[in-house]
Design a protein around this ligand. Structure first.
Ligand SMILES: [Zn+2]
Length: 68
């Protein structure tokens, strides 16, 4: 019984971690079709904060330079 509680706790922990990963912050530009990590050199012109899930939903693709 005690072991089941531990397993359940582990499952909840994994689920919360994956939920956090889905809501990772990435950056898009006003004209580009890719999403970027904060430090990417492609973000010099414009930088719009967006969640990763939102970027994917809007059809953005990961940048090949910064590999978000
Ligand atoms: Zn980039």
């Amino acid at each position: 019984m005690k072991l089941n509680i531990i397993k359940l706790f582990m499952l909840l922990l994994i689920m919360s971690v994956t939920a956090a990963a889905r809501d990772q912050i990435v950056y898009i530009t006003r004209t580009g079709e890719k999403y970027h990590l904060e430090h990417c050199s492609s973000l010099r012109r414009s930088k719009i904060k967006i969640t990763l899930s939102e970027a994917i939903k809007k059809g953005y693709e990961p940048c090949k330079i910064c590999k978000p």
